[in-house]
Design a protein around this ligand. Structure first.
Ligand SMILES: Nc1ncnc2c1ncn2[C@@H]1O[C@H](COP(=O)(O)OP(=O)(O)OP(=O)(O)O)[C@@H](O)[C@H]1O
Ligand SMILES: O=P(O)(O)OC[C@H]1O[C@](O)(CO)[C@@H](O)[C@@H]1O
Ligand SMILES: [Mg+2]
Length: 533
């Protein structure tokens, strides 16, 4: 029989008589749990703690909640409250009595249901990694009147945050009869520095029609201890956390602390990012809305440059480390001649460089539209501006304005060096594409995310992120979505589609060109020093 291994930080404080390190089998999931008992009076407590710490450091990431099965089947499961509170009672799901849901053929998802991470397989390939399927379960671990939930939003804005807030509130209330829901204001720091607001279906009724976040947001200020103290003091037992990769790391830290303190608190993460840079999930909410809104800016650029001689339009879109918005906006528009993203470094001068391409398009068509992701070409701007690498309150690198830099470089090159008059229009709609309400399909997506999170928390799952994997909503261990960032793969078919549609240079010679440029600059510097001496 195959067993998986999982580590749990502590056991309830009354268990002084238990050994300092002990093992037990979690039958339901066929897993071996290793517990550390910090209250143990046993004499070998010290060495056990050392062993536990070593296991935690070296083994936990690899083995936490992993179950294996026949044919190479792997389930990367999420934690459950009963992992560290084994005696929790379960109750029948109140959805059984709901008139709306009673007619659903398969009202509950089975605890055996899983979602495959990889959907394209071959006859003999192993079954591979799976995640727990999201949805309502027959048993819940909270009674309706026992729940005190809270919702917090952190990081940058994204279309659809208000829909997620609305649907968590309405989902908890309409499906599970929960009436005690609190809003934490202004991001993580709101837990310990602000009063809460009361959220009811009536209060949130119209918020999905507005952009932004009804609860407001912030960067920085994550203090795990203070946050969990506040959760404990306020008697909160379900925490819904909406935010990007940084926020999800914060959610993981809150979960760990909750687990360490042995609290009956379900921690659910709902991934949010306009950049679509969250790993594992198909797509992040608000992304489609942002791509759609970007079309308006691209269209404006096209109209402008088409109406003048030698028109050069530059549209800067969001995308710190991932160029998904720029790539999808380009593919959708068909008016874009060149798309520049952080994953594909570009160069200006020489053969197959950007200047050569612009000149070619101006000669052919009389105009050119360039879409630029804000994170692209940062190395060029940094070199010119001697940047000091400023960071925001969360520690994210602050980007330099690549749009302004590129506009200036293009103007200088064509007017000074090529003696060509150009008409350059720089459009910067960065915040406009994320400060709008979500479109219809994102609204539905947000509803499913919120409801999946509610079902998961009610079923006692915790320390999870929810999201669609191959179109099926799943509960994903938080570490899975924070360990890597989703970026555009230049070797994937989608980037090839873009190159084929724009016919832009691939900049594959980037390293060679940049090395030659650096060598040339060094030689020039040496020559000019010699001359001046
Ligand atoms: N490693 C971490 N551990 C704990 N908390 C973190 C960590 N990284 C970030 N946070 C907290 O998460 C919150 C949001 O982080 P950040 O500003 O990076 O935005 P984000 O969630 O990544 O969203 P986005 O990048 O889409 O705007 C902040 O309050 C920050 O303090
Ligand atoms: O909201 P801020 O702090 O200006 O940060 C902007 C950044 O946030 C993001 O929108 C991600 O949320 C990035 O695309 C962008 O670089
Ligand atoms: Mg982030």
């Amino acid at each position: 029989m195959e067993l998986s291994v999982s580590l749990s930080l502590s056991v309830p404080s009354h268990s002084r008589s238990l050994p300092s390190l002990f093992f037990c089998r979690r039958k339901k999931h066929n897993a071996l749990l290793i517990f550390r008992n910090p209250n143990s009076t046993s004499r070998n407590c010290n060495s056990s703690t050392k062993l536990f710490n070593w296991l935690q450091k070296n083994v936990i990431t690899a083995l936490n909640s992993i179950q294996t099965g026949d044919g190479g089947f792997v389930l990367e499961d999420v934690p459950h409250l009963t992992d560290f509170l084994p005696d929790l009672p379960a109750y029948p799901n109140p959805l059984q009595k709901s008139t709306a849901y009673a007619i659903v053929k398969q009202n509950f998802v089975s605890t055996e249901d899983v979602v495959a991470k990889k959907i394209v397989v071959q006859k003999n390939s192993p079954r591979g990694v799976h995640f727990r399927r999201a949805g309502p379960q027959e048993k819940v671990y909270f009674e309706s009147d026992e729940v005190r939930a809270c919702i917090v939003t952190c990081g940058g804005l994204c279309p659809g945050i208000n829909t997620v807030i609305r649907e968590i509130v309405c989902g908890l209330n309409y499906m599970y009869g929960v009436e005690d829901i609190l809003g934490i204001e202004g991001g993580y720091k709101g837990f310990y520095s602000k009063n809460t607001t009361t959220l009811t279906p009536k209060v949130v009724n119209d918020i999905h029609k507005r952009g932004g976040t009804f609860l407001r947001t912030s960067r920085g200020g994550h203090d795990t201890k203070k946050i969990v103290d506040s959760i404990q003091d306020r008697g909160i037992n379900q925490v819904y956390i909406i935010g990007g990769d940084g926020t999800q790391k914060g959610a993981a830290a809150i979960f760990k602390e909750v687990e360490k303190r042995g609290l009956k608190v379900a921690v659910a993460g709902i991934p949010k990012t306009i950049d679509n840079d969250i790993a594992v999930i198909d797509k992040s909410f608000g992304f489609d809305t942002a791509v759609e809104e970007a079309q308006r800016a691209i269209n404006a650029a096209h109209v402008e440059v088409e109406s003048v001689e030698n028109g050069v339009g530059i549209v800067k879109l969001m995308g710190r480390y991932s160029g998904f918005i720029a790539m999808f906006a380009t593919l959708a528009s068909r008016d874009v001649d060149c798309c520049l993203i952080p994953e594909s470094p570009f160069y200006l001068e020489g053969q197959d460089g950007l200047f050569e391409f612009i000149e070619k398009r101006l000669k052919e068509n009389g105009h050119i539209v360039i879409v630029l992701a804000e994170g692209a070409g940062q190395e060029h701007v940094a070199r010119i501006m001697h940047a000091v690498g400023e960071k925001d309150a969360s520690g994210n690198r602050l980007l330099l304005d690549v749009g302004l830099w590129l506009s200036q470089e293009i103007k200088d090159h064509f007017t000074k060096e090529r003696k060509m008059a150009i008409n350059l229009k720089y459009i910067d709609p960065t915040y406009m594409i994320r400060a709008i309400p979500s479109n219809a399909s994102d609204n539905i997506y947000c509803t499913l995310l919120a409801h999946s999170a509610v079902h998961g928390a009610m079923a006692g799952y915790t320390g999870f992120t929810v999201g669609p994997v191959n179109s099926r909503h799943a509960y994903i261990p938080i570490a899975r979505v924070t360990e890597t960032q989703n970026t555009v793969k230049l070797t994937d078919r989608m980037w090839a589609r873009l190159l084929a549609s724009t016919n832009q240079p691939s900049f594959l010679n980037y390293n060679k060109v940049m090395q030659e440029k650096a060598e040339k600059e060094t030689t020039n510097l040496i020559d000019s020093t010699r001359t001046s001496v």
